[in-house]
Design a protein around this ligand. Structure first.
Ligand SMILES: *Cc1c(COP(=O)(O)O)cnc(C)c1O
Length: 387
């Protein structure tokens, strides 16, 4: 049968560049700086806790529907410790299958046909797919070239009476910027004026560098009541395969998220939830070290790419550095990425995949630096051979 069974609204999302690039990576035996996962695991004590739980039979059967109390308490304590946010661990927190399911269930809970969801582009590719699934209309607002700062005026102009949700992501994938207080305040004013709800994807909350401290938008005046804040144990503790995430916020919003989420994965990751609970309570030293370790990798890869002649957008957070490839004579990120895989055996991701039209950010490419120093060094050595 050659019939296409896939529903219309998911057809634009059927083929993912990540699949193509991963295939190319294997075929060409490439260094994969495409997908954002660390090539070193997180803390041993978190692994040990997961192993202990499995061995002693904790979490091997269905965990409680909204997550183990240990994890929900740890999330509430973490929000208090880092951001002075008070949340109720019973009514204000829900554990999810990664930040991804928290995003999906929040959107499915809040929007449907007739609604619009606004977000900055380029954006994490999952956003559009899930918004399309809900039946709402995705409205991308381009970040400004050349430094990827948010255009507040353009955001204000994108709001219509149908706008219901602003989907925010800081630290931002793929650009690597961290929204500063001034930008967040301006965004908050628009949100409050139009009575929107914010879904704040803070998967990279601990991965910010230099003085670019992460500020949860829910900590701004008037914002707690209208914000769902999303976290990722995978990103914060370098266990992306475990898929432990969460949403937190006021009871009114979290109860809506819970209502949908229970019908998606129901529950997941029993022993891993308990291990991530342990991670959330690690001393400050851990959180400082992950930032410092990653910022050194950022410096290494940025310097290497700059030396080759690309223009490097300064990375303030996340796993990623973005470069402009036009100084080295390329105008199309797709073409560049395919060429790079074939000639240099290095994989990078064109920003085109993070936008609707694929046109707006054609000259930008994203590189993951959450890899061992020798891997980053080898990647730049390989690229240098052709420039
Ligand atoms: C990786 C990522 C996620 C997904 O996190 P998981 O915990 O792996 O589901 C969500 N948002 C952004 C921006 C990401 O980069």
């Amino acid at each position: 049968m050659s019939e296409n069974f896939l529903v219309q609204k998911m057809r634009p999302h059927a083929v993912s560049i990540f699949a193509e690039m991963s295939r190319l990576a294997v075929e060409t035996n490439s260094i994969n700086l495409g997908q954002g996962f660390p090539d070193t695991d997180g803390p041993q004590e978190i692994k040990d806790e997961a192993a202990r739980c499995i061995a002693s039979g904790r979490g091997n059967q269905y965990p409680p529907p909204n997550g183990f109390p240990e994890l929900r308490l740890a999330i509430a304590a973490h929000q208090k410790r880092f951001y002075h946010i008070d949340i109720d661990p019973d009514t204000g927190v829900v554990a999810t299958t990664g930040a991804s399911e928290a995003i999906a269930s929040s959107l499915l809970a809040l929007v449907e046909k007739g609604h619009e969801v606004v977000f900055f582009e380029p954006a994490f590719d999952v956003y559009r797919a899930i918004i399309d699934l809900t039946g709402a209309i995705p409205v991308g607002v381009p970040l400004q070239k050349p430094d990827f700062r948010p255009d507040i005026q353009a955001l204000a102009e994108a709001i219509t009476p149908a706008t219901r949700v602003l989907l925010l992501n800081s630290p931002h994938n793929p650009s690597g910027i961290v929204f500063n207080r001034e930008e967040l305040s301006a965004i908050a004013s628009i949100v409050i004026e139009h009575e929107l709800i914010v879904i704040s994807d803070e998967a990279y909350e601990h991965l910010w560098f230099d003085s670019h401290i992460h500020i949860p938008i829910s900590t701004l005046p008037g914002m707690f009541e209208r914000t769902i804040t999303i976290g990722s144990g995978g990103k914060s503790f370098s266990f992306t395969g475990w898929k432990v995430g969460w949403a937190s916020g006021p009871q009114s919003l979290i109860s809506a998220v819970k209502a949908v989420r229970q019908h998606l994965s129901y529950v997941s990751g029993g022993p891993f939830q308990l291990a991530i609970a342990c991670g959330l309570g690690l001393p400050d030293q851990y959180f400082n070290e992950i930032r410092h370790g990653l910022s050194a990798k950022r410096d290494q890869l940025s310097a290497g790419l700059e030396h080759i002649g690309m223009r490097v957008i300064p990375t303030e957070g996340t796993y990623f550095v973005t470069t402009d490839i036009s100084p080295i004579g390329f105008t199309d990120g797709f073409e560049f990425a395919r060429m790079l895989a074939k000639k240099c055996q290095v994989i990078a991701i064109p920003h085109q995949v993070f936008t609707e039209s694929g046109q707006d950010f054609k000259e930008y490419v994203r590189w993951a630096f959450c890899k061992k120093p020798e891997v980053l060094a080898e990647a730049t050595t390989r690229i240098r051979t052709i420039f």
